[in-house]
Design a protein around this ligand. Sequence first.
Ligand code: SF4
Length: 336
Amino acid sequence: MSESPLLEVRNLRKYFPAESSVFSRKGSPIKAVEDVSFTLDAREALGVVGESGCGKSTMGRSVLRLIEPTSGTVMFKGQDFTKAAGPELRRMRADMQIIFQDPYASLNPRMTVGEIISEPLEIKKRYKTKDETRERVLKVMEVVGLNPKYYNRYPHEFSGGQRQRIGIARAIVLGPSLVVCDEPVSALDVSIQSQVLNLLRQLQSSMGIAYIFISHSLSVIKHISDRVMVMYLGSVMEAAGKDELFASPSHPYTRALLSAIPLPERHSKDKHQRIILQGDLPSPADPPSGCVFHTRCYMAEDICSREVPELRDIGNGHLAACHFCDRCKAFGGDRS
Ligand code: SF4
């Protein structure tokens, strides 16, 4: 019998009320996340990729209830997190953490590194004495590659990569089962990115952490993920194991994203010209009818503007939402 997943997200929606201004009347809500479902096993890394504004960060924050979802269910370790309240909510929250994109903005400049990392331990009253707390913080600093002698230094005294290590230390100090990583390396130099990705991978296996890893970059996603979910305008376009997705991208949007990454990092089958998507991302306040991608899709046909394609299993748990994904799959990632 298979174990139940660590996290099970069902039909998650996050709508924001439309802004009214002197130029416009209050209109339709902004559908930032539209009917997103997925599961995540313990110790698994799910990469979530899509252009800026596709709803991936809002989805990650809704899962953690940093913003309350409009509807849907988040089951965590078999318990309904969306209904949790009081002490139960606080206990579950300690087990689900987040690492933000901008380590500098997310660290309090008036607190020392030691204070920043020990704060979650103190809020949760994890240890009885200051010495025990300090010992745990020093241990975690070592684990993330920060010299413990920097305990009393302030965030501005560190480089971007080191600051992100402080953010990671704060996120893991309580020993969480799940960490949402929201573009954790996109503010860092490329040379530093791989060091931070390696650290996250290391923590995944040594501490048994599962990740929802959010990034606009498929190159980054490729280095950290076990499975990949591609989002566009709040909806899931495709989801599959990493190797399967890179070898046989079956949604036109995924194929366009893949075509933008440098050739050596692509799968050998996927060697054709770059696909340049025309036009801008439509407004989530007024998403296109039918397939939300149809206004930019190079494979669109009449049916695409009329009928919403179902996210369906096209084989071995590979999911794709396209009326013609079998056609793409048949090409085996080769955009000829
Ligand atoms: Fe393109 Fe149509 Fe497939 Fe949507 S359903 S991705 S518009 S071919």
